[in-house]
Write a protein of this length. Structure first.
Length: 477
C-alpha cells in the first residue's frame, strides 16, 4: 500500500513545525469536517470513510518521507527525528457511509494532539469530498433512472486512476448496481459488467457476422451493441436474427445496447421490433452522455430503456465538479481545559459552529420519517419523552415544537485513542445503508428540482455559545 503521509498541503507541515517549536504539541484540538451548500443538491450521501480511516491508521514518516522533508530546508533535525515515531493517536467520530447529510452539520470530528489533527486536514478532505460528491451524483442519477438500474461506466473519463477506482466505489454506494471498472470490481468485490464495443462489430466482415460470433462466445450473456451502422435498419434486425438463433439452441439472449442517437425514439422503436419478433423479455440498455437531467427527459418521453450505463457525467460530477467540504477548528484543550473556537466572518457562509458537537436526527414515531437534524454540543442529551423545541440556526424567531419523536446520533466512533474501531463493510452493505437512510425522508426532500428545505437547527446551548463568542470577539476588536 502507498504511504500517503505526505498527501498534505505544505502549510500543514509548516504549522506542525510551528506548534512543535512553540511547545504546543500537548494541546488537543477538535476539528469538524462539514460541507457548505451547493446549488445542485440540498443534501449529500456521505462516502469515503473506510479509506479515510485506513489513511489515519497507516500514517508513518519513514526514512524516505523524512529525507524528503529534510531536503526542503524548512525543518530542523530535532523535528525530523520527532517525526520518526509519529502516529495518529487521536479519536474520531463520523457519519457512517451511505448516510444522508446536510450542509454545515459535521460529518466527521477529529480530536487529537494538535500536530496530528493539523496534518490530516488535506488528505481527509481529499478522500471525503470526492467520494461524497460522486455518491451524491450517483444518488441523483439513480433516482432519476428508477425503476431502471444504472451501471457505472466512467473509467476512461475519470481524472486519473484513483478517481476511477474510488469514484466507482462511491457510485455503487449511491445506488449504481455495478461498474465496468475491473480493478475496482476486484478491489471491492463487485461483479464487473460490460459487453462489446463498436470496434468488435467493425472487425468482422458484416454486422451479422460480429453478432453471431459474440453470441457463440457468450450464448448465455448475449447483449449486442446495435448502433454501429444503422440502429433500426440494420442493428436491431440483425440482433433479432441472432436472438432467434440463440433461442433455437435453448439459450436466453439478454438484449441490445444503444449508444447514440435519439435514445427515446430508438428505444421505443426497438422495443416494438423486439416484441413483435417474440423477444419481449430482452432488455434495452442505453449509454451516451447521460445524467439525471437527460434521464428525466427520457422518462417524460416514455423511453423504453431498462438499464443505463452512465460514465462521464457521473464520474466527474459534471454539473458540480467539486464539493465545498472544509475542516475547521472547533475546540482547543489546553492543560485539561476546553476553549471553544469558531471562525468569525463578515460573510455568514464562512462562519463556523464552535465546540465539540453531536448531530441528532429526529424521527416521527408514527411514520419513521425524519423531521429535522439538530446540531448540539457533545454533552447535550435530548429527552425523547418531553416536547422538543427546535429553532432556526440564524432566524431564532422561527421555531417548532416536536412531540412523539425519537432521535438517532449521527456521529459514531471510528477511532479511540489511536485505535481504529471501524469495521469494513461491503460496498453493497453501504449501498443498503444509503437506501435505508433515504427511506427515512419524504419524497419532497429528495426530488431533483426545488426540493423542500429540510430543517438543520442549532440547539439553544450551541447557539448561545456561538453568540457569546461573536460578542466577545466584537468587543475586543
Amino acid at each position: 500500500m502507498r504511504n500517503l503521509t505526505l498527501l498534505t498541503d505544505f502549510y500543514e507541515l509548516t504549522m506542525m513545525y510551528g506548534y512543535f517549536k512553540q511547545g504546543k504539541t500537548n494541546q488537543v484540538a477538535t476539528f469538524d469536517v462539514f460541507f457548505r451548500p451547493f446549488e445542485e443538491s440540498n443534501f449529500c450521501i456521505a462516502a469515503g470513510l473506510q479509506q479515510a480511516a485506513e489513511y489515519l491508521r497507516d500514517i508513518r514518516f519513514g526514512e524516505e518521507e523524512r529525507e524528503y522533508l529534510r531536503s526542503t530546508g524548512a525543518f530542523d533535525e530535532e523535528f525530523l527525528q520527532w517525526l520518526k515515531d509519529f502516529r495518529f493517536t487521536g479519536s474520531v467520530k463520523a457519519v457512517p457511509e451511505g448516510t444522508v447529510v446536510f450542509p454545515y452539520e459535521p460529518i466527521m470530528t477529529v480530536t487529537a494532539p494538535i500536530c496530528e489533527a493539523q496534518l490530516v486536514e488535506a488528505a481527509l478532505l481529499n478522500i471525503l469530498n470526492f467520494q461524497t460528491l460522486i455518491a451524491t451524483k450517483a444518488r441523483r442519477i439513480c433516482h432519476a433512472a428508477a425503476p431502471a438500474s444504472v451501471l457505472e461506466f466512467g473509467l476512461r473519463r475519470a481524472q486519473a486512476p484513483d478517481a476511477s477506482l474510488y469514484g466507482a466505489r462511491a457510485a455503487v454506494i449511491g445506488g449504481c448496481s455495478s461498474t465496468s471498472n475491473v480493478l475496482c470490481a476486484k478491489m471491492f468485490h463487485l461483479p464487473p459488467k460490460g459487453t462489446h464495443a463498436h470496434s468488435w462489430v467493425m472487425s468482422f466482415p458484416t454486422e451479422l457476422d460480429a453478432f453471431m460470433a459474440y453470441a457463440d462466445t457468450y450464448p448465455d450473456n448475449c447483449l449486442l451493441l446495435v448502433d454501429t451502422y444503422d440502429t433500426l435498419k440494420s442493428g436491431v434486425p440483425n440482433a433479432i436474427k441472432v436472438f432467434d438463433y440463440l433461442k433455437g439452441k435453448g439459450h436466453k439472449p439478454v438484449g441490445i445496447r444503444l449508444d447514440s442517437g435519439d435514445l427515446a425514439y430508438l428505444s421505443k422503436e426497438a422495443r416494438k421490433m423486439l416484441d413483435a419478433a417474440g423477444h419481449s423479455d430482452c432488455k434495452i440498455f442505453a449509454s451516451s452522455d447521460i445524467d439525471e437531467y437527460v434521464l428525466a427527459a427520457l422518462k417524460e418521453q416514455n423511453a423504453a430503456i431498462d438499464i443505463y450505463g452512465v460514465g462521464t457525467k457521473l464520474i466527474t460530477s459534471h454539473t458540480t465538479p467539486s464539493l465545498g467540504g472544509v475542516y475547521k477548528l472547533a475546540n482547543l484543550n489546553v492543560e485539561g481545559r476546553d476553549y471553544p473556537k469558531m471562525k468569525i466572518s463578515d460573510n455568514p457562509v464562512k462562519m463556523t459552529n464552535p465546540g465539540k458537537k453531536q448531530v441528532y436526527r429526529i424521527f416521527d414515531k408514527n411514520t419513521d420519517k425524519a423531521l429535522a437534524d439538530l446540531i448540539c454540543l457533545e454533552d447535550e442529551v435530548i429527552e425523547e419523552n418531553a416536547p422538543l423545541t427546535i429553532t432556526h440556526p440564524v432566524d431564532r424567531w422561527k421555531s417548532k415544537v416536536l412531540t412523539d419523536f425519537y432521535v438517532r446520533p449521527l456521529l459514531q466512533p471510528v477511532f479511540d485513542k489511536g485505535k481504529m474501531l471501524l469495521k469494513e463493510q461491503s460496498v453493497y452493505d453501504l449501498q443498503d445503508n444509503c437506501k435505508r437512510s433515504l427511506d427515512g425522508f419524504w419524497e419532497e426532500y429528495k426530488r431533483l428540482a426545488q426540493p423542500h428545505a429540510y430543517k438543520v437547527d442549532l440547539s439553544d446551548k450551541l447557539y448561545e455559545l456561538k453568540d457569546a463568542l461573536i460578542k466577545r470577539e466584537r468587543s475586543v476588536r
